[in-house]
Design a protein around this ligand. Structure first.
Ligand SMILES: [Zn+2]
Length: 59
């Protein structure tokens, strides 16, 4: 599984203008009892819309 890095572009569709790539602006680790997940904050380079998604990292 690939890791997310700040500044990286990911192939996700913008929920606002439907542009097909988003830029990662922040990655926040979230610890659970049995796994680590990440909240990946993204920004659309076209319209500037901010969004976030929870991504799990399997052990
Ligand atoms: Zn957009």
């Amino acid at each position: 599984m690939s890791e997310f890095k700040v500044g990286q572009s990911i192939m996700e569709r913008c929920t606002s203008c439907y542009h097909n790539a988003l830029k990662v602006i922040k990655v926040v680790p979230k610890e659970f009892e049995d796994k680590t997940a990440y909240v990946v904050w993204t920004q659309c380079p076209e319209c500037g819309n901010n969004d976030h998604q929870l991504t799990q990292k399997d052990a």
